[in-house]
Design a protein around this ligand. Sequence first.
Ligand code: GDP
Length: 298
Amino acid sequence: MFATLSDRLTASLKNLRGKGRLSEADIDATAREIRIALLEADVALPVVKQFVAAVKERARGAEVSGALNPAQQVVKIVHEELVTILGGETRRVRMAKQPPTVIMLAGLQGAGKTTLAAKLALWFKEQGNSPLLVAADLQRPNAVNQLQVNGERAGVKVWAPEPGNGVGDPVAVARGGVEEARRTLHDVVIVDTAGRLGVDADLMQQAADIRDAVDPDEVLFVVDAMIGQDAVNTAQAFLDGVGFDGVVLTKLDGDARGGAALSIRSITGRPIMFASAGEKLTDFDTFHPDRMASRILD
Ligand code: GDP
């Protein structure tokens, strides 16, 4: 994951090794390398600028403090700034005071929403919750069936359209799912919604209607990390059209560069809450900015 970024950052910081004191030229050269590394990783330009400026500013004061030599201090600064742009602390799901906690997923078709829905359900189950999956993606042929198959694999019940519970009407299915959870004492409801191949007005409206109908505790924007900086534009469209509270990055296993991961928090102001890195239901976890920063720098 992020092999090139990792190599480049590490190489740029290696040049500082053995220096007792960092000159302005050393700092400039390192800043330049970091800038190139981030741009090559497809990180959004405003984020790159902000990151490099912060590292430079802090590196100038690096020789004055403590037990670390200047090079180690710059490594530490880069690590800390990576943690900052990745969101700082892990942001946990806000559970409803009055169950069920309703979580709605939104994102483009192919982002990995349906797979993610089941992964998230399994994760909740392992935390001791009793989740219900709701198949409100009626756009993509097979999405309902796929959720049923994955739900079964995860050992989680799926509320799916059938005569009487809103066939053809995703808003009614979503609403019915939440009512079903209330009736059957499921404490978490995960609502899968439709995505289109590109952002479009109908899709946004449908997602907004579902949101209004189920009043979610969390709307999670699911995005394929492999699309790099484009993830930021898509996120912006969903932020404007539906609004969301947190981000789930999928396909991190195939993301060689890291542009989406490093840009999305700064640009949208919304935390990355979960990450998916593979097709198996267990290839999934809460997102930890500090661990990700360490992986990038190791
Ligand atoms: P949806 O249209 O947003 O519901 O997307 P799907 O859940 O159907 O996922 C689209 C494709 O991406 C499927 O082939 C999934 O198996 C695959 N996929 C989902 N998440 C991941 C992941 O984290 N890593 C990899 N490599 N593939 C994934």
